[in-house]
Ligand binder design. Sequence first.
Ligand code: F6P
Length: 322
Amino acid sequence: MKHIAVVTSGGDSPGMNAAVRAVVRTATLQDMEVTGFHRGYEGLMEDDGIPLTRYDVRNIIHRGGTFLQTARCAAFRTPEGRAIAAENLRKRGIEGLVVIGGDGSFTGAKLLSEEHNIKVMGCPGTIDNDLFGTDYTIGYQTAVDTAVEAVDKIRDTAASHNRLFFVEVMGRDAGFIALRTGIAAGAEGVLIPETPTDIHRLVRYLKTDFQKKRRSGIIIVAEGDDGGGAYDIARKVQAEFPDWETKVTVLGHIQRGGKPNAFDRILASRLGHAAVLALQSGRNLEMVGVQGSEVVYVPLEQAIKHHATISPYLLELVDALS
Ligand code: F6P
């Protein structure tokens, strides 16, 4: 393989730049050319690519976001859209593609490869950590650090005013950020999409706690929780505690921005490096991930189809320590 492409796709995550850097530098060492396309699949379809040399990826390892930019591209979900992208790749002599993104991006990569015989490797880049087959996705640990820092600050003001705070963190379909944030920030409760939310149970717990003279607390709510968002849940709980002041904070996109922590930079460097070597050795239709201390290769089919599972032990830990 002499020429590969790289895109960042879907929601950005801290560490994507470090992954692109690793892809470019590894490929260069292997005498491959690299083209980076802007805005993920949108750029592939618009043929908006630039050659990337090892010097073009200087001074980006520590930067958040993605310098290639990213997009969620509806047109690429159609066979016509993918045919345009494939033709653009072929015209440039590109035989392989590294896609840094989440499960939606991997679905597109899989179809592109199956329909147009382009070799693809996925690098898990999403703050949600919801990809099956890897212990960690690039950006997740940084997002948790950001959320924990914010919750620590909220706790100061919550305790000062005797208030109950509902803090909503990201995770449309997954509660990983919520769970880890809850444990690290010592939350009184964590509500996530993977487990049914029982408002009555939460109210019972808070009432017992209230009798023990607790007057402030933090409940972490994942964005996709089945009990509704933090505002909905706060309203229901408030109705049971008319004298208690509840407040809501939605952390939102601050969790996606910011410089990647050391863990994510190292993870991204390992996975970007492994993805290129995998393409060079003829691998295709796989995601590179980590399990324990090992780099692993997971069929894209599995990474997309299955869901990463929440540890029941960590769920129990929240209850035990709250
Ligand atoms: O998939 C990452 C994620 O940050 C989710 O946690 C969140 O639901 C979603 O992206 C938000 O996407 P957007 O930035 O497109 O609104």
